[in-house]
Structure formats: structure tokens, C-alpha cells
Write a protein that binds this ligand. Structure first.
Ligand code: ATP
Length: 141
């Protein structure tokens, strides 16, 4: 069997590099839609949605590492995908109870901000809510 090429995914956050892996295939959820990337893909820069990055674990099975990202961007060139994310957690490291508390707080903030017609606070609360729901969705898979 010929040796299949791999690419490297490196996820960086303000806390430093939180994930690095060699993979034959990775799926990004960009703000323009889903983007599946194989080795030797052309270079690109894309902004990431508050969603997940799915990294195929190996050539031989169909399991994926699932990483929750709180938005950011991904740059790909020379078979290196560098994800610069506001926050990132592997599915296994997500504290679902914490995310549920964060969701409740964000819902309460959103309600108050709407009543006060505070559009900036509404936007902030909506982003916090999306982050919390994203973590809960990924933790619950
Ligand atoms: P919280 O209100 O619970 O802190 P948050 O959305 O404000 O949630 P962030 O500012 O996005 O949190 O992230 C702060 C740090 O905490 C980051 O390092 C992030 O990876 C981590 N983090 C946040 N929520 C969780 C969670 N539910 N499980 C694991 N790590 C989390």
C-alpha cells in the first residue's frame, strides 16, 4: 500500500498551543460553511464559526477528535493548518455542568439587555450563549 500523505493541525489559543496532531483529513466550520481539507490542499485563510473542528484520528478508521472552538481563524499552507481560536477545548475536556451554568447566565444577561434595549450587551450575551450551547452540543455527542 502506498503511504498516504498527512497534514498537521495545530490549535493555538491565548493560553498557548492546546492541540497538535498529524491527520489525513480535517473538517473546519468556517463562517462561510463547512470546509474539508486533505493534504496538499491549496493555501487558504478562513474565519471560524463558534462550532467544532473535526480531526480524523488515523488513516485506518473513521473516528474524529472533536474540538469546540469559540471562533477565530484558520490558516493553511504547506500541509500545516494553524487554528488561532479565542478558546478551544477537546470534547473530552469540556465541563458540561460549567457550560450549562454559562448558558443560564448568558440567557439571563440576554433577557436583561433586551429589556434595557442595550444592543451591545445583547450581542455580547448572544456570543456567550452560542459558546455555551456549542460546548454543550459537542460534549453531548
Ligand atoms: P465561563 O463563563 O464558564 O468561564 P466562558 O464562555 O466565559 O465560560 P471562555 O472565556 O470562552 O469561557 O473561556 C475561558 C477559558 O475557560 C478558556 O481556556 C476555555 O477553554 C475554558 N472553558 C470555558 N468553558 C469551559 C467548559 N465548559 N469546559 C472546559 N473549559 C472551558
Amino acid at each position: 500500500m502506498t503511504d498516504q500523505k498527512m497534514l498537521t493541525v495545530n490549535v493555538v489559543t491565548p493560553d498557548g498551543s492546546v492541540y497538535e496532531k498529524q491527520t489525513p483529513f480535517v473538517i473546519f466550520k468556517t463562517t462561510l460553511g463547512e470546509l474539508g481539507v486533505l493534504p496538499d490542499h491549496i493555501p487558504f485563510l478562513a474565519s471560524l464559526a463558534i462550532d467544532e473542528v473535526r480531526v480524523k484520528q488515523s488513516k485506518t478508521d473513521d473516528k474524529f477528535d472533536e474540538i469546540a472552538v469559540g471562533g477565530g481563524f484558520v490558516e493553511f499552507s504547506n500541509n500545516l493548518a494553524t487554528v488561532v481560536a479565542n478558546s478551544a477545548e477537546r470534547k473530552e475536556n469540556i465541563d458540561a455542568a460549567r457550560a450549562a451554568r454559562a448558558r443560564k447566565r448568558a440567557e439571563e444577561r440576554l433577557e436583561k439587555a433586551k429589556q434595557a434595549h442595550d444592543t451591545d450587551q445583547v450581542k455580547r450575551a448572544e456570543v456567550s450563549l452560542r459558546r455555551a450551547i456549542n460546548r454543550l452540543n459537542i460534549a453531548g455527542h
